[in-house]
Design a protein around this ligand. Structure first.
Ligand code: ATP
Length: 282
């Protein structure tokens, strides 16, 4: 743990009755961190299940180490860790919850312009990660958090993130993968890169413009793997504008090197907005 900032347990007041959610690593709670005499910060703490296996423990510590040096307005800020047992990770609190849940709220559907703006913010965060040579490996709408009155979205959950030295990370250990978001070369050859993150971004766009539908929901993992091996692609959902779907298809090109880079997507996304309005005016 020598690289991780340690936060004294007494300085953090965890609201154990304010559970924000839970994932494969443990449970997330709201908390208040008294950083020093003058600063009190609202935060989210993620506990590690006490009965977690050594592998999960190690995975959790990797997440903390990789998040520590990252600082960008569209990445969930990692403040440090409470090292006494049970271990807690202390991070920025995002009051709007997960994007996937917001998308499903049909009483207040998100506007098209808002969704394109969110997509641009995600791309900004991913450009930053790419510049830091970090491959996220778990980009999905469940890992995007809303904050600041739903104006800002942040990429969270860097549990699978890895630093890459020659643009590709070869996964050694076998582990569960989010198949529906995973590029074929990552799924079948364990090759993760910025290009496989671009594939996952395409699936995240699909989730957004299908208002929180689950990708490939009717397929079993084996069926889905077979479909992906054959080159199957998610279909356009009725409310998804064609220019956005065309962008998704570029993200899902079979050859990783033929997919656009995040820097290219940053240029392409604003153009789609323009194209959508042109179509609407016709
Ligand atoms: P997994 O960890 O298995 O990939 P996950 O991303 O859903 O799954 P967590 O990262 O543990 O799991 O988050 C669980 C839930 O807690 C999220 O869906 C979100 O609603 C909430 N949450 C997580 N981090 C924060 C945060 N920083 N601020 C506010 N809520 C959060």
């Amino acid at each position: 743990f020598k690289y991780i900032d340690s936060i004294p347990r007494v300085s953090v007041k965890i609201h154990s009755n304010h559970r924000l959610g839970s994932g494969q690593f443990g449970t997330v709670y709201k908390a208040i961190w008294k950083k020093d005499e003058c600063q009190t910060i609202e935060c989210a703490v993620k506990s590690l299940n006490e009965n977690a296996s050594p592998e999960v423990n190690e995975e959790f510590c990797k997440e903390m180490t990789s998040m520590q040096r990252l600082a960008h307005s569209n990445i969930v800020r990692f403040f440090g860790v409470i090292l006494d047992m049970p271990i807690f990770m202390v991070m920025e609190y995002c009051d709007g919850g997960a994007l996937v849940d917001r998308l499903k709220n049909s009483n207040r559907p998100l506007l098209l312009t808002t969704m394109i703006n969110y997509a641009e913010q995600i791309v900004d965060g991913m450009c930053y990660l790419a510049s830091q040579k970090v491959v996220h490996r778990d980009l999905a709408a469940r890992n995007i958090l809303l904050t600041k009155g739903e104006k800002v979205v942040k990429i969270g959950d860097l549990g699978l993130a890895r630093i890459v030295y020659d643009n590709t990370y070869v996964q050694v250990q076998r582990r569960k993968l989010p198949i529906a978001w995973t590029a074929p070369e990552a799924l079948f050859n364990r090759l993760f890169s910025h290009a496989s993150d671009v594939w996952a971004f395409g699936v995240t766009l699909w989730e957004m413009f299908s208002y929180g539908e689950e990708p490939w929901s009717t397929f079993s993992p084996t069926e889905l793997a077979n479909e992906l091996r054959k080159g199957a692609k998610l279909r356009r959902t009725p409310r998804c504008p064609t220019p956005i779907y065309e962008l998704m298809l570029k993200c899902w090109r079979d050859a990783p090197e033929s997919r656009p880079e995040f820097s290219q997507l940053k240029e392409d996304l604003p153009k789609t907005q323009f194209e959508i309005y042109e179509c609407l005016e016709l």
